[in-house]
Ligand binder design. Structure first.
Ligand code: SF4
Ligand code: SF4
Length: 344
């Protein structure tokens, strides 16, 4: 490994076709990352919510681990706790889900960690900037590793249209409180004629905001609702839609603003890799087997999340995301990133 400037200039992007671990290895071997021998390097991944069938197989994360090990650095894999009930709300639950999905230390050949601590409270406050967050609360892991690889499964998402590197840094490395700050403007609204009163929305609500009266339709206490969208995502009848307290563009901005704040801390020592494979409608945060909306398009890597996500959209095309999530102004993410200087 060279310890000089990275071979990839900040604005450059690499791409390889294919969907195998070998394809990913080819891409990695063309990188000359900003890591120094002996450094600890955190690989941010998403090992899939319990019951999700769309997450990336751990063979890809293991390929990154092997690449880093050969470079002489000390890799580990991590994710953070989440807001909603399921298999990742606490560190203990999340590591169990990781193991069930094959992300074990034995298979990955490196430690598997929770970036914000087993109780989700190991967090740091960092400087924000922009319209929404004077400060941002993030997992303390961003101060506990020397460098990072952000490895993201590029696919659809119900409130940001697509999820890639920006979202993996933002939602993926934010504290639970910061996740809530980003989601706070979204609440469920019921279509009565679709609802079959199965009670699932009540069962999954982590805030006790949903209730099922004995003689009526489910009701939602919007004061108690934390906007996690779990009920909306899991309703088997699609009877719940998102009601935004503000324009939906605000969510796009909050997502980007959080990513930008974290990037200011980790950016100089971070490599971005997106996997454009198994491109499904929904995030790996949701249980289920979601439909594939686009052909596999290989792997994209670079030194800036905005550029890597833009290139990912360019290679797949916007149409599959617009069809799956009509009326989500995802373009605002890129425009706002430029407005707040979140670019190379
Ligand atoms: S999950 Fe959907 S169908 Fe079931 S009670 Fe809630 S709104 Fe109705
Ligand atoms: S009612 Fe609110 S807090 Fe409860 S699951 Fe739905 S969005 Fe989340």
């Amino acid at each position: 490994m060279r310890e000089s400037e990275p071979k990839i200039p900040t604005a450059d992007i690499l791409h390889v076709p294919g969907n195998s671990a070998e394809s990913l290895r080819c891409l990695l071997q063309d990188l000359s990352p900003p890591f120094t021998v002996g450094e600890s390097v955190g690989i941010k991944i998403h090992w899939g919510e319990r019951g999700n069938e769309g997450f990336l197989h751990p063979r890809y994360a293991r390929e990154i681990v092997r690449w880093l090990t050969e470079l002489g650095v000390r890799p580990f894999v991590f994710d953070t706790t989440v807001l909603y009930s399921g298999g990742r709300r606490s560190g203990e639950e999340s590591l169990k889900t990781a193991a069930e999905h094959g992300f074990t230390e034995a298979y990955l050949e490196c430690p598997v960690r929770i970036g914000d601590g087993m109780d989700g409270r190991d967090v740091v406050e960092i400087e924000g900037g922009g319209r929404h967050f004077p400060s941002v609360q993030a997992a303390s892991i961003l101060h506990k590793a020397d460098a990072f690889v952000i490895f993201s499964h590029f696919k659809g998402h119900m409130v940001s249209s697509f999820g890639g590197a920006i979202k993996n840094i933002s939602m993926g490395m934010a504290s639970r409180a910061q996740k809530q700050r980003m989601h706070a403007d979204a609440h469920p609204v019921l279509s009565r004629k679709r609802c079959i009163r199965c009670g699932l929305c009540v069962e999954v609500c982590p805030a006790g905001a949903a209730a099922m009266p004995a003689d009526g339709d489910p009701v939602y206490d919007l004061n108690a609702c934390i906007g996690c969208a779990q009920c909306i995502a899991l309703c088997p009848q699609s009877a719940l839609k998102i009601l935004w307290d503000t324009d939906i563009t605000v969510f796009q901005e909050k997502l980007v603003e959080t990513a930008a704040a974290i990037w200011r801390v980790i950016g100089p020592k971070t490599v971005i890799v997106n996997a454009l494979i198994r491109i499904v409608t929904e995030c790996d945060c949701l249980p289920g087997n979601h439909p594939v909306i686009a052909e596999d398009a290989g792997f994209v890597a670079g030194r800036h999340p905005v550029l890597v996500d833009e290139e990912s959209i360019r290679r797949i095309g916007a149409e599959p995301f617009d069809r799956a999530h009509a009326q989500i102004p995802w373009q605002r993410q890129f425009a706002y990133a430029r407005e707040i200087g979140f670019t190379p």
